[in-house]
Ligand binder design. Structure first.
Ligand code: 5AD
Ligand code: SF4
Length: 471
């Protein structure tokens, strides 16, 4: 049993990170462990978790499990969890309660949790005391070890907890079962060294480790050859890509090399304003297949709060960068904002509204500050009432929605390229995204799925648009 330690997770060692291409091995006798059994995975949180689940699915299928989309019928249930805010955490514990019920009628069901919550010392201690019936717990650093963890728990018929506090080397041979045949997530780096004071990610995902460019380019070339149209380069702070490698090769170089593979669309998330350099902006402008869409988290518009958050930029320098990005033709820019950070005054909040009024974002994810155990901000004195926080969120969302609608309105009657991904939730329609990441519902035959088509926008909603294909 390995259980996580917050103190260890915080440490940043200078130990060299190696790339290993032989760490993921499934013993022959484990290849049939899942024969006749089904699995169900529920994924919470960000794209990184979505992509981890794609790896987990492939590993389970390597062990002969087959996928099942109904939790109630599955033989193995895994929750791939998110720790970013309290409500994500609560949702997982709610689901664990449902699984407990299920186990009462079907005790043979194997249940486990993985992902970011599994990296939290407090969560694992709670599982050890109150959730002894959960069969497996593994973390974000040892997904490749799942076959052995699962086999040990099944063989001994007891709880198996295997969570490493400190990240290991980069494992390159983990298989993947991608959710889409047209767009793919590609990790370019793991972890984060920024330690924003509110954020738990540097503890749950470990220190920043960039993948070697050769492996990334090879993965993208393979995707091109398999007919993929879009890749999204993933990292907690992609602009810092390469800073931990022993070369001068950075995000601008990587973006350029990925663009040169000829894939139709290249995206990247998430950017930290601190590391966004002019070279990157030049590369984005130079290549038509790098999409004009940038997610640039603001978090707060108040210099005082930004300092308390440890964000390393000011309102002024953020706006300076924003204006530079706006020189990218047709660019759409979205953001993340936290309200109610400890001690945030009405004045501080007004500074945030001021930035929103200047930037007129295409859209934004907005959150109420959620104290995360072990982070510096969780210990800061918080005298803002919940009522006030809700009120600020409401006012902020009002403004964000207004600008989102205004940004969308500009698309009416325009013809834009859309990658048609599949069926829309709206009956009978197809759905896809523009180059600028706008969701479009299209009335068109299914034969268009997987293609980039020209769509004339006929109607605008706040969060989506309707359109029809034009030749
Ligand atoms: N409370 C509220 N929001 C948070 N985020 C990260 N940590 C917290 C927290 N403790 C938000 C940030 C980040 C996004 C992914 O989640 O806005 O950019
Ligand atoms: Fe968290 Fe992003 Fe800050 Fe890293 S850069 S600590 S992931 S908010």
């Amino acid at each position: 049993m390995n259980i996580p330690s917050r103190l260890e997770a915080k440490k940043r060692t200078s130990k060299e990170v190696l790339t290993k291409t032989n760490e993921y091995i499934v013993d022959n006798n484990l290849k049939t462990l899942g024969e006749g059994k089904t699995y169900f995975i529920k994924t919470y949180g960000c794209q990184m978790n979505e992509h981890d689940s794609e790896n987990i699915k492939a590993i389970l299928e390597d062990m002969s499990f087959t996928e099942c989309d109904e939790m109630e019928k599955a033989d193995l249930i895994l929750l791939n969890t998110c720790a970013i805010r309290e409500n994500a955490h609560n949702k997982v514990f709610g689901m664990i309660g449902r699984i407990k019920h299920l186990k009462e009628t079907r005790p043979e069901v194997i249940a486990g949790i993985c992902g970011c919550m599994a990296q939290e010392e407090g969560v694992v201690n709670e599982i050890l005391t109150n959730y002894k019936w959960l069969d497996i717990v593994f973390g974000t650093h040892n997904i490749y070890a799942l076959p052995n963890i699962l086999a040990t728990s099944m063989k001994n018929n007891k709880q198996e907890i295997d969570v490493l506090s400190i990240e290991g080397d980069i494992i390159e041979n983990i298989p993947v079962k991608r959710d889409s045949k047209y767009k793919a997530w590609v990790n370019i780096m793991y972890g984060c060294d920024k330690f924003c004071t509110y954020c738990i990610v540097p503890y749950t995902r470990g220190k920043q480790r960039s993948r070697e460019p050769e492996y990334i380019i090879k993965e993208v070339l393979d995707l091109v050859n398999s007919g993929y149209k879009e890749v999204t380069l993933l990292g907690q702070n992609v602009n810092a890509y390469g800073k931990d490698l022993d070369t001068n090769y950075g995000m601008a170089n990587l973006l350029e090399d990925v663009a040169k593979t000829g894939i139709d669309r290249v995206r990247f998330v998430t950017s930290h304003p601190w590391d966004f350099n002019d070279e990157m902006i030049d590369v984005i402008k130079k290549y038509d297949n790098i999409m004009p869409y940038i997610h640039l988290p603001l978090q707060s518009g108040s210099d005082r709060i930004l300092k308390l958050m440890g964000r390393r930029y000011t309102k002024e320098s953020y706006l300076e960068l924003f204006n530079k990005l706006k020189t990218i033709p047709n660019v759409s820019i979205t953001t993340d904002i936290i309200v109610g950070f400890p001690g945030e005054t009405e004045e501080d909040f007004n500074e945030t509204l001021d930035v929103v009024n200047i930037c007129k974002y295409d859209s934004a994810f907005t959150f109420i500050f959620s104290p995360r155990e072990g982070t510096p901000a969780a210990k800061m004195e918080d005298n803002v009432t919940l009522e006030e926080k809700n009120n600020r969120l409401y006012r902020l969302n009002d403004l964000i929605n207004k600008y989102a609608k205004e940004a969308n309105d500009k698309y009416l009657n325009k013809t834009v390229p859309v990658l048609i991904e599949g069926k829309s939730e709206k009956g009978g329609l197809l759905m896809g995204y523009t180059d600028t990441m706008k969701l479009v519902n299209v009335n068109a035959p299914k034969s268009n799925i997987g293609k980039i088509v020209n769509v004339k926008i006929t109607d605008i909603k706040t969060w989506s648009m309707d359109g029809e294909i034009v030749k």
